[in-house]
Design a binder for this molecule. Structure first.
Ligand code: FAD
Length: 355
């Protein structure tokens, strides 16, 4: 009998599987990789200062120290390379930003994230950055596909992974356990990304899927860090430079579009001066939520059914700390943070489904 059945091996299911194994839980992860529309597409960037106004991202002081130790430790454990803390360079939009950030850089609130500032351009022939910019630390990217491949191998070696589709209609709820085919387990955790909004158990949650598109480009000179203003340019190790992303709430399919590509080219022209060649494009759907906070916790009607989802566009930075808190909730009875606890939406659970 397994302690936990985890549905989905995207970044959420993969990281959670490690946390539960560390606590000696017997787990089985089911995944149908062809149906992954987010983790395998994502750029994997973690960046503590985001948005046009360059605000510190939500709970950065809680999430960033955790992720910067978690991923390198996981690399060692899985004997794989996927963590690239190469930093982010954020060119200023206007001259006023210089004064603003010269003052902020000695502020203890930002100290941990600012490596350096510059008031002159760093690459006059390549970038539009006449006012200089900000070099961020505790920033970089995770090659999520490499992480998932290494984690899958690790789980297979432990007999804890099956590549198969989970069908809810085939889940049997018995008095003291569940069963699905030949598998028997005490609890089930849905880490099924955007598929949750079609799920019988969690479709009542206010998911807000957001389509994102990216292009891969080739440049004469590769940047050594991530550039980010309006769009990001990510020099993917051993690959092209990834440029992204778009944010679209209304979409018909998961394919890259000409409109998306044009939007990226337009934004890129505000950052990059140099000629480039487009080598490819990709698109995916972020499992985002209406209030932009994850959905973590227990189903309102069944205390053995859980959700760990809704990481939107920030899975890389949120998932390590959230999986640690969720594991403490599951195994030590610690309370979940009210901002991520799915119980904040119990009032959305349809009456007719109760019981
Ligand atoms: C274009 C784009 C760019 C992004 N860039 C970044 C970025 O730079 N930084 C960042 O932090 N985040 C980024 N993200 C977001 C990031 O991808 C997500 O936050 C994170 O990967 C979500 O992981 P997940 O495991 O919750 O979901 P998913 O990756 O969607 O994984 C869910 C898994 O469950 C499986 N599954 C679902 N239902 C079933 C079933 N019934 N049976 C079996 N398996 C099932 C799916 O096949 C899938 O493998 C980006 C996303 C997109 C689309």
């Amino acid at each position: 009998m397994y302690d936990y059945l985890i549905i989905g091996h995207g970044l959420a299911g993969a990281v959670l599987s490690q946390k539960l194994l560390e606590r000696e839980q017997k787990i089985m992860v089911l995944d149908q990789p062809d149906h992954n529309h987010s983790s395998v597409v994502a750029a994997g960037i973690f960046n503590p200062i985001t948005g046009r106004k360059m605000f510190k991202t939500w709970r950065a002081d809680q999430f960033f120290p955790e992720l910067t130790s978690f991923y390198p430790e996981l690399e060692t454990k899985l004997e794989a390379a996927f963590y690239y803390p190469i930093g982010v360079y954020r060119p200023y939009f206007a001259i006023e930003d210089q004064n603003d950030w010269e003052a902020k850089k000695s502020d203890a609130k930002f100290d941990a994230y600012i490596a350096q500032t510059t008031t002159s351009n760093i690459s006059a022939h390549q970038l539009h950055d006449p006012h200089g910019g900000l070099f961020l630390k505790q920033a970089g990217y995770v090659n999520i596909v490499e992480l998932l491949n290494a984690n899958k191998k690790y789980l297979i070696d432990k007999g804890s992974y099956r590549e198969t589709m989970f069908y809810e209609k085939d889940l049997k709820c018995n008095t003291d356990h569940f069963s699905f085919g030949d598998l028997k387990f005490k609890k089930i955790i849905f880490c099924n990304g955007i598929h949750a909004h079609k799920s019988e158990w969690f479709q009542w949650l206010p998911f807000h899927p957001v389509k994102g598109e990216m292009i891969d480009i080739e440049l004469k000179k590769r940047p050594e860090t991530i550039y980010n203003r309006g769009v990001f340019m990510l020099p993917f190790a051993g690959g092209h430079i990834r440029v992204g992303s778009t944010y679209h709430h209304h979409f018909d399919d998961m394919q890259p579009t000409e409109t998306g590509q044009n939007e990226l080219k337009e934004k890129l022209s505000g950052l990059l001066k140099e000629q480039y060649e487009i080598k490819g494009s990709r698109a995916g759907i972020r499992p985002a939520t209406k209030d932009r906070r994850p959905f973590i916790g227990k189903h309102p009607d069944n205390e053995h059914i859980y959700v760990f989802n809704g990481f939107g566009s920030k899975g890389v930075s949120l998932i390590p700390n959230c999986s640690k808190l969720f594991t403490a909730y599951l195994l030590d009875g610690e309370a979940l943070d009210a901002e991520v606890d799915v119980s904040r939406y119990y009032s959305h659970y349809p009456i007719q489904q109760k019981n």
